[in-house]
Design a protein around this ligand. Structure first.
Ligand SMILES: [Zn+2]
Length: 461
């Protein structure tokens, strides 16, 4: 397994023997296995899982009755099974609280309970058994190890212990044997205090929080490089993979940015980007089976350049196993051939399928607009919000877009029309750009919403 290049040299000056000798590090051969071998392992794991689900999940017994013979469904015929949606799980849980009919383990084996944020509907309770927790730890250690995190690192985290599944990351860091400095979300003062001690070389946060710190450094005339951070690992929302946002964070800290991603219903840290920075590697081999589908739900081969929504099936899950779960994440496959020698595909997420909107018949993701707006830094901060009508995914041009300006930039002058022209040139639709000051979006210490729904024209005209 080759690990080289400038980012590696910066993040990984040397791999300590301690890391080589960790038990789970020795068991990472599947990350470097050929696709066919992974398919064989997954097929055999799936045979036990399908029997377990058919036996124990009332939800799938009902859902697939008369449609799919789950006990005989081979992995290669998985696309014959209907999808599972978040709305179905929410319904199952509200019908049979607290867990829902998709609970496949006995309640006394449930050892941890998280929940989703409910950003797309009501919050969903996520239950795991002891074995599920160990699976999450294995997938999570692969993902964070892929980013370059090692036991010699000193990591400041801005993740709560709960209620969200990201809290499980604390267990992953323990497994990796890093030095960890946990700070709760939104506690900027404690973050800066920790930086001041000189003990932090890595920070785990949302890209919004990293951008917020970058703005703060700019405003207060602080040289972010002086804190000596080498590496920022960002996740929890798309954005950390957008070149303009990434470049802004990297230059503010003088550090390398890599990205991680998970999904509450499946595993908290399922993807990790290696220092080659060519997208996030899928790290759930043997535990989770990924598929890509187009907007009609048809399978799309996972190969470089392919785009679609990612769909997941658990190959090993006791508490709440799902089959063909629609993630709502729209991904582009970047590579299947990385210099780090991992064989898994890498992705960049363009956004939530739910955030997609339609202008004159063309699908647009807010991240595409963010990419254009980001080229106007430092005049703008990069934070962008598309204003859509209250109950429609279609919007007629000009599309109202609110863009946050940096301190010292004027809201009058030609900036708004220059940005509107750039959006028209790149994305082929007209925008009505409204420049807003920093208070308008709040402090954005956690996540920034890319879409807001309101009647805008009557307010601004
Ligand atoms: Zn790689």
């Amino acid at each position: 397994m080759m690990e080289n290049g400038p980012s590696w040299a910066r993040i990984l000056p040397a791999i300590a023997d301690n890391d080589r000798n960790l038990d789970w590090v020795k068991e990472r051969s599947i990350e470097y296995a050929p696709a066919e071998e992974i398919r064989l392992i997954s097929s055999s794991t799936w045979e036990s899982q399908r029997a377990y689900v058919a036996e124990n999940s009332q939800f799938y017994q009902n859902k697939y009755a008369g449609i799919v013979d789950l006990k005989r469904l081979p992995l290669k015929h998985l696309p014959e099974a209907p999808f599972t949606t978040k709305a179905e799980l929410q319904m199952a849980q509200s019908e049979e609280p607290p867990f829902g009919a998709h609970l496949a383990a006995t309640p006394n084996t449930i050892k941890r309970i998280y929940k989703t944020s409910g950003s797309s509907g009501i919050p969903l309770m996520i239950a795991i058994t002891q074995k599920d927790s160990a699976t999450w730890r294995t997938i999570g250690t692969r993902s964070y190890y892929a980013t370059g995190l090692r036991s010699h690192n000193s990591v400041l985290t801005t993740l709560g212990a709960g209620p969200f599944v990201v809290g499980h990351t604390h267990r992953v860091l323990e497994e990796l044997q890093t030095r960890t400095i946990p700070v709760g979300p939104g506690d900027t003062a404690s973050v800066i205090d920790a930086f001041e001690t000189g003990l932090v070389d890595t920070m785990l946060s949302t890209p919004s929080f990293a951008l917020y710190l970058a703005d703060r450094f700019a405003k207060e005339g602080v040289e972010g490089q002086r804190y000596g951070l080498l590496h920022l690992i960002v996740g929890g929302e798309p954005g950390g993979g957008l070149p303009v946002i990434r470049a802004r964070i990297e230059s503010a800290f003088g550090a390398t940015v890599t990205e991680v991603m998970g999904i509450g219903e499946i595993a908290p840290s399922l993807f990790g980007e290696c220092p080659a920075q060519q997208g996030m590697h899928f790290c759930g081999q043997g535990f989770v089976w990924p598929e890509l589908i187009d907007t009609n739900g048809m399978p799309v081969p996972i190969e470089p350049g392919a785009e679609g929504e990612i769909v997941y099936t658990h190959l090993e899950r006791e508490a709440m196993p799902v089959i063909r779960f629609r993630s709502g994440d729209h991904a582009t496959i970047l590579s299947t051939d990385c210099p780090c020698s991992r064989t898994s595909f890498t992705v960049r997420i363009s956004g939530r399928v739910d955030d997609m909107f339609i202008v004159s018949g063309v699908n647009v993701y807010p991240s595409a607009i963010q990419s254009v707006v980001g080229t106007f830094t430092p005049e703008v901060t990069g934070r962008t919000r598309v204003v859509l009508p209250p109950d429609s995914v279609s919007v007629a041009p000009p599309v109202p877009i609110e863009i946050e300006i940096s301190p010292g930039t004027s809201t009058s002058g030609p900036l708004a029309s220059r940005i509107a022209d750039a959006i028209h040139a790149r994305l082929k639709f007209r925008a009505s750009v409204v420049l807003v000051g920093q208070k308008a979006f709040g402090t954005a210490e956690y996540k920034t919403a890319l879409i807001t729904r309101k009647v805008m024209r009557s307010e601004s005209d």
